[in-house]
Design a binder for this molecule. Structure first.
Ligand code: HEC
Length: 82
């Protein structure tokens, strides 16, 4: 089943066809890999996949001429829930 983020990216591909190639890679490879890692319920698998997923954000920003938008893995928990 497709989640809300896939639908949003599909809408983005329709509205910004020039960015379709990068978006399709993210949709068809990077998101499923992250979902698989989440399903594994394993901290090491998650951390490694999350690093790759974050790199995928930056790879697209570079490919789409906005390399100054850099995403980093958070080092501090921002949720007020302990
Ligand atoms: C398909 C390519 C693509 C992928 C994948 C992508 N981005 Fe972006 N992102 C862009 C583009 C292009 C912009 C610049 C805004 C625009 O042109 O619409 C942007 C802008 C942003 C911004 C700035 C938004 C603003 O206006 O303040 C943030 C934050 C951001 N991206 C986060 C992420 C994160 C986090 C990920 C990974 C989970 C990600 N992006 C993955 C293409 C992408």
């Amino acid at each position: 089943m497709r989640g809300y983020h896939e639908i949003i990216i599909e809408d983005g591909i329709e509205r910004r066809p020039g960015r379709a190639e990068s978006a399709a890679r993210f949709l068809n490879n990077d998101i499923p890999e992250m979902q698989e890692a989440i399903s594994a319920q394993n901290r090491d698998i998650f951390s490694s996949a999350f690093n790759s997923f974050t790199q995928a954000c930056n790879t697209c920003h570079t490919a789409e001429d906005v390399p100054f938008i850099t995403i980093e893995v958070p080092v501090e928990r921002v949720s007020p829930v302990k």
